[in-house]
Design a protein around this ligand. Structure first.
Ligand code: SF4
Length: 331
């Protein structure tokens, strides 16, 4: 049976203009996302991994249509939503939600949790009166928060509890696809683990599809069906979770993986030999020519600074964009 993709990004580009002078003349552009394609089957979790500045959040916001793409198509349940006007986007917005990194700044400090959770229902005219309050109570149960927290302000909750409110708010309209942008980054390790367990349970019970954005490859090890590695706006490698962790090919992925602390001997076998990640990711406004990773890559070839590597399928579900894995190294 053919795979049913809930959401597909097809050659997505998102460029931001760089302007200068009083007339705001365009003098350049930041290619935050540059020709990225991925197709997420219903009920799965795709992890989007890379350092800060790799374009992960921009891609997430573009898939949610917080941004309009500069080019490419976004198919949601087979319909292209890339350029739909706001009026026609309204029903789609109910089905696609985003949970942000910092719950402190994404929750209005002057509203009680009860009002924060009711807001999406009011805006979309979904339920009123008693039914609205019942739904709000149901959302608190879903994210395992006590009902008495409904009457608190965000400042009266811990970081982990605030992020649960952020998740409950995203669930209010019964979405099908949720982009989770570093949802655990501001939390300590034990709270992170509980939040990931909650997300897994919600996915199972509600049939959700996730795009999980993170800079931390170890965090998504137990949750990602497929891992997509991004660098300077481009997808450099994509593979199913176990395949990527056991057989990373791109030098950038290998460097990211080798920076994960190894906790036991069984794991040590799976982690590639240490490949240090040298230097900083350049500004996307000033991306290097050829392979964007070449200034930091110990394995670079002569052609790497001149020729952008194309994406090649090395196995059924394993894609990589690196000259080391092209058939033709002639340049
Ligand atoms: Fe390194 Fe070249 Fe591969 Fe880029 S294309 S990752 S520079 S070997």
């Amino acid at each position: 049976m053919a795979t049913e993709y809930l959401i597909e990004a097809l050659s997505i580009r998102k460029y931001f203009p760089i302007t200068s002078g009083l007339l705001n003349r365009k003098v350049g552009e930041v290619r935050a996302v540059d020709d990225v394609s991925l197709s997420v089957p219903r009920g799965q979790t795709y992890a989007l991994v890379g350092e800060s500045g790799s374009g992960k959040t921009t891609l997430g916001k573009t898939l949610c249509r917080i941004y309009t793409p500069t080019g490419g198509d976004i198919k949601f349940k087979g319909h292209n939503i890339a350029n739909l006007p706001e009026e026609q986007l309204k029903p789609v917005r109910r089905s696609i939600q985003m949970v942000f990194q910092d719950p402190t700044s994404s929750l209005n400090p002057r509203r009680r949790i009860k009002e924060i959770l009711a807001d999406p229902l009011v805006i979309h005219g979904v339920a009123d009166g008693k039914r609205r309050m019942n739904r709000v109570r149901e959302l608190m149960d879903l994210v395992e928060l006590p009902q008495e927290f409904l009457y608190r302000y965000p400042s009266g909750l811990s970081g982990g509890q605030r992020q649960r409110v952020g998740i409950a708010r995203a669930l209010a309209l019964e979405p099908e696809f949720i982009v989770l942008d570093e949802p655990t980054a501001a939390l300590d390790v034990s709270v992170q683990a509980k939040l990931v367990a909650l997300l897994k349970r919600l996915q199972r019970e509600l049939g959700l599809t996730y795009l999980f954005i993170t800079h931390d490859l170890s965090l998504v090890r137990n949750i990602a069906d497929v891992v997509v590695v991004m660098y300077l706006g481009k997808m450099v490698e994509q593979a199913e979770g176990p395949e990527l962790y056991q057989n990373p090919l791109h030098p950038y992925t290998r460097a990211l993986l080798s920076s994960i602390p190894v906790v036991d001997d069984a794991e040590r076998e799976l982690v590639p030999a240490k490949v240090p990640l040298r230097g900083e990711i350049p500004s996307p406004a000033n991306a290097p020519p050829g392979c964007p990773f070449h200034p930091r890559c110990d394995a670079r070839l002569e052609l790497c600074s001149r020729v952008v590597p194309s994406t090649r399928r090395v196995k059924d579900n394993h894609l990589v964009a690196c000259h080391l894995f092209q058939d033709d190294l002639g340049g």
